[in-house]
Design a binder for this molecule. Structure first.
Ligand SMILES: Cc1ncc(COP(=O)(O)O)c(C=O)c1O
Length: 407
């Protein structure tokens, strides 16, 4: 049987999974029932601290709120990261309310509305400009508000981050401005209306391949150097994206960051004197929070259909779209799914775990081995701290909303 790397790192006591210091039943009692997500505060904090201890001081850690915008979690993050990346007006409001200084918040994403841009300019955050039209709108708003807007240009490079779960750059993309058009834009920037703070080059997401990350980072620095050399524009920060992944599927291994950070340190030594930036921003979502959350649901039915055993649970794709395989996976694979009260069991029963939605897409796990489960038992989906409730179609089939808590 293929095993998940994460299994070896779990906290198991007396055959029970202990998460955030509690058993599954204790978590459910606190949450007020299933289905629920629970996030472990100390896992989040320790993850940020561990990463920071490896990074040179010039490299700042920014949290991409989209990965998990649960307000108490964002309220914790503000004490530990250097900045936030937001992707909507609502996320902007959440970031500002957390107490993060506006100067440390960046606002990315295509298709920003005039309401988004107006709020971005008025609050003083750095707007990562995604198109020429967006820049023209920012000029008009800055003129109206009689201020200079803080901006960075988001560059769509010609290279990509190979082996990514999601490629966000290279070739034709809706994100950012093609690199070959950046020089002309920088040359004619209206500096009475905007402060150009930096460049934003985000190449991809969910990457476990250190070589690919190193290559993309090297290409990113060289591209920034070429663009700034041609134009003489000075920046205070270079946002190099992130893309650090976490293992979800059997045979995936945790990302080895040592080589990536060594390479980054060398790039800093080479390019900082040339580019003059004060800060490098790493923009990370999933890597910081993905391993710090689990999703719990309860078995409500157990049935056999033509030789296959189905556990029907009270949660599913409407809360956890990514686990169902419908959030960017080309071929569906199983997340680590366990019975938290039977962790020491030799798992002799092969089952399909499905949710309560009347669609064949509502899958929690396909053909996995579990201890024989009864109605009322709890099933946990691990690695669920990122892209959970807010990345899922919660209104589909008008099922109850999921509960969330952080311990
Ligand atoms: C602009 C931007 N920043 C940050 C992220 C976060 O990526 P991840 O959660 O993979 O770290 C994304 C994800 O799509 C993104 O589009």
């Amino acid at each position: 049987m293929k095993t998940h790397d994460i299994h070896h790192r779990l906290n198991v006591e007396n055959n029970q999974l202990i998460f955030a210091g509690k058993s599954a039943e204790e978590i459910i009692a606190i949450a007020g029932g299933t289905p629920c997500y629970v996030y472990d505060k100390s896992l989040v904090v320790n993850r940020v601290k561990a990463l920071r201890s490896m990074l040179p001081e010039t490299v700042k850690i920014h949290y991409a709120i989209k990965a998990n915008p649960y307000a108490p979690l964002v309220g914790q993050m503000v004490n530990h990261v250097d900045g936030f990346d937001v992707a909507s007006h609502q996320e902007l409001i959440l970031a500002l309310a957390s107490g993060m200084p506006a100067a440390n918040i960046s606002f990315a994403g295509p298709g920003k509305s005039s309401q988004d841009l107006t709020a971005g300019v008025a609050s003083g955050v750095i707007i990562n400009v995604e198109s020429e039209h967006e820049l023209n709108q920012i000029y008009a708003i800055a003129q109206q508000q009689q201020c200079r807007a803080n901006i960075a240009l988001r560059v769509n490079p010609s290279f990509e981050l190979k082996n990514s779960g999601m490629s966000m750059a290279g070739g034709s993309k809706p994100f950012g401005i093609d690199a070959e058009n950046i020089t002309a834009m920088l040359k004619k920037l209206d500096v009475d209306k905007v402060n150009i703070k930096g460049l934003h080059i985000f190449t991809g997401s969910q990457n476990l391949n250190a070589e690919a990350l190193m290559q993309a980072q090297s290409n990113t620095f060289e591209l920034a150097y070429q663009l700034l050399k041609e134009t003489g524009v000075e920046i205070t920060h270079l946002n190099i994206g992130g893309g650090f992944g976490i293992p979800y599927f059997p045979n995936e291994k945790a990302l080895d960051l040592t080589a990536v950070i060594d390479n980054l340190t060398k790039l800093l030594e080479k390019y900082q004197p040339l580019l003059g930036f004060k800060e490098i921003h790493l923009e990370l979502g999933r890597y910081l929070v993905g391993e710090a959350g689990i999703y719990l649901s309860r078995v409500v039915d157990k049935k056999v259909s033509r030789g296959k055993t189905y556990l029907v649970v009270d949660g599913g794709m409407h809360h956890h779209l990514a686990n169902s395989g419908n959030f960017g996976q080309v071929i569906r694979k199983n997340y680590p799914v366990v019975m938290p009260q039977e962790m020491g069991h030799n798992a002799p029963e092969k089952v399909n775990v499905v949710g309560p939605l009347c669609t064949p897409l509502d899958i929690l796990a396909n053909q996995i081995n579990l201890a024989p489960a009864k109605i009322g038992d709890v099933i946990a989906v691990l690695q669920s701290g990122a892209y959970g409730p807010t990345a899922s179609p919660q209104l589909f089939l008008s099922q109850p909303q999921v509960k969330e808590l952080m311990l």
